[in-house]
Ligand binder design. Sequence first.
Ligand SMILES: [Zn+2]
Length: 286
Amino acid sequence: MVPHSSGNVARLRLKRTPHTIARWRGGRIVGMAGVLSNLYLIADETRLGAVALGVIDTGLPTDIRRLDEFIRTEWRGCQITVVAIVLTHLHFDHVGGAMLAHNLMSAPICMSRPASALFTSASAVAMPSVGDWSREILPIWAKQGFGVPRVYDLRHAWYAGLPRIRPRDLVTRPIWLADGDGVPGLADWTVVYTPGHTIDHICVVNRRRQLLFSGDFILNFSGHGEFNQFVTDKAAMRASIRGLRETQARFVFPGHGRPFAGVNVGQRVTDVSQSSPKDTGDTRIS
Ligand SMILES: [Zn+2]
């Protein structure tokens, strides 16, 4: 049985309780705290008895098994179609379960067009330096709950996001998404190209409802969100921050940390190169 709660963002307990499920926006957004990162579902109940689902990031294989179990329980009796599995970027804590998700859910994997270079060139996925690991990444995972990946996860997640290993085995025929593209099968959801943390990073936004899936671009351990401090391209990051603030998002669902909300929340996310803004808004999402 998958534990779950509803309504209040505060109920997404990320610490030491992997696989907690929470729902927002009348159940149209579902979040699951994975072992190392958050996974999300966009649920579009298109007509009676039918639901189209989008998956945002796939965590590790263990997470995908639990998410698949949840989907089957939650929409039992419905005609379920997973229309897209969107990867925000090719770091293994976000894409380790991608192949398993693709196979279990019979859905296409979508990733940013710049990620295609990582399949065809000699460039590896940018990963943190040893210093960054200790300063930035380990604390993030510690706050996330520092779940320990199983051998099973590592065996099945080696193909992406590791230094000097190209993600060549990460599925055939992905759908490449460019800035401004719609997410296949999900009306109102579009891609914002946000390089900086990595060259291939994308966020997924619903401008009409002011919702934003921010991957590793915005994290939230402060309560009002913060731009990721692990940056591989500072100039690109600055440009991405400017672009993202124009999306006018009110509700942010980060790859690590709790979802949060507020009026024009992107303006108040902490830019580490600037002083920290005050958290003056509502941080609940209902
Ligand atoms: Zn990352």
